[in-house]
Design a protein around this ligand. Structure first.
Ligand code: FES
Length: 165
């Protein structure tokens, strides 16, 4: 009788210990999982273009800089003493146009829309000019573009849609 009670007690102790270890064993991966959440890190919306002097102050007429297209999807355009940032996204269905410097034309490979060097549409189904992004001088005196602030055609003359050098 006493022997049975001891066996039962030992069995319950082992069962309890097993349950405890199983619970701890299962909770460790869950805890670790919370330490490393699956989060997509997005790049900041702003990027530095450079100092105003970096963009060839001697430029007259219009010049399109493609240096930021690949990484940020932005063309910087200098038109006289005005600087603006064109969003490299077709206003038809969002494809990325290409710039043909020899023709001075942006051409969309998807449905054939075409835009002049200043982003104004003149051929194809695009309903409006290419959008512009906020461009400003930051506290360190650097030309900065904020991709989170978009200007459509009607706002091209608003502060932030261009920068006067
Ligand atoms: S997405 Fe550019 S023309 Fe259709």
């Amino acid at each position: 009788m006493e022997k049975d009670r001891l066996r039962r007690r030992t069995f319950l102790k082992i069962l309890g210990l097993g349950s405890f270890l199983a619970t701890v064993g299962l909770s460790i991966p869950i805890t670790v999982r919370f330490l490393f959440p699956r989060v997509l890190f997005e790049r900041p919306s702003t990027f530095i273009v450079g100092r105003p002097d970096d963009l060839n102050p001697a430029t007259t007429g219009l010049r399109v800089y493609e240096d930021w297209k690949e990484e940020y999807g932005v063309w910087i355009v200098r038109e006289g003493n005005r600087l603006y940032a064109i969003n490299a996204r077709c206003t038809h269905l969002g494809c990325t146009p290409n710039y043909f410097a020899d023709e001075g034309v942006f051409k969309c490979p998807c449905h054939g829309s075409q835009f002049r060097s200043n982003g104004l549409n003149f051929a194809g189904p695009a309903p409006r000019p290419l959008d512009r992004l906020r461009i400003y001088i930051n506290d360190d005196g650097m030309i900065t573009v904020d991709r989170a602030r978009l200007y459509t055609y009607k706002d091209f003359d608003r502060k932030g849609a261009y920068l006067k050098l």
